[in-house]
Design a protein around this ligand. Structure first.
Ligand SMILES: O=C(O)CCC(=O)C(=O)O
Length: 209
């Protein structure tokens, strides 16, 4: 892994893809622990996913703090990190809606990052996530439902394989689409604030929202 190149791309675009981030063994372990966590959770997995896996499953508590991704995120943010939560997303086969454009830093840190690890192959057919390249450089409203032009010129499809990772800045606009296929599209995420980040007190909105 060329960390310098990843950092340059992350700073410029607001995201990076890391193919084959997990070994096959690590991927099986992640899948097994996700299944265990979902079984423990009393709520069904909805479109918004399950947040706070680390609060009821010790394996995720540990991973959130010392998983192998932590050092990479610190290198990309050039800061220590403050763990926020571990989550699970499942765009279930046939699901009719995805997730609206948003930034993860809603109402909190000005700087942070999310690592999104694919458990299944993800593509436009099964409701992949999209990033708006360089959107982290603009001031978008702190909202989970941004008015944002999601046309192809603004949209980078996160089409990756199981065990690959996508890492985005907490201020990068992203969204996902309905899963029109019969294939599942599961992922695990870990969200962090940069330790020195301050709460974001946004006063203005981007011109194009
Ligand atoms: O996996 C998805 O569909 C959406 C993920 C997301 O919004 C996030 O990680 O913040």
């Amino acid at each position: 892994m060329n960390i310098e190149k990843l950092r340059t791309d992350f700073v410029r675009d607001g995201f990076v893809l890391v193919p084959k981030f997990l070994t096959e063994k690590e991927l099986s372990e992640l899948e097994r622990e996700s299944n265990e966590a979902i079984k423990k959770n009393q709520m069904p997995v909805t479109g918004m996913g399950i947040k706070g896996l680390d609060r009821f499953h010790p394996w995720f508590y540990e991973q959130l703090r010392s998983g192998k991704h932590v050092k990479l995120i610190e290198a990309l943010l050039e800061d220590d990190v403050e763990p926020v939560h571990a989550g699970f997303f499942d765009r279930t086969p046939g699901e009719k809606t995805g997730i609206s454009p948003h930034v993860d830093a809603v109402g909190h840190g000005s700087s942070g990052a999310t690592i999104w690890i694919a458990l299944d192959k993800t593509d436009a057919g099964n409701g992949c996530m999209y990033y708006a390249p360089r959107s982290h450089l603009q001031d978008y409203e702190n909202s989970l439902n941004l008015r944002f032009d999601t046309s192809p010129k603004n949209a980078f499809p996160v089409e990756i394989n199981p065990g690959d990772a996508a890492i985005h800045n907490a201020r990068t606009v992203h969204w996902s689409c309905a899963n029109k296929s019969q294939r599942s599209r599961r992922s695990v995420i870990y969200l962090y604030w940069a330790a020195s980040s301050k709460p974001y007190n946004i006063k203005k909105r981007a011109k194009n929202t």
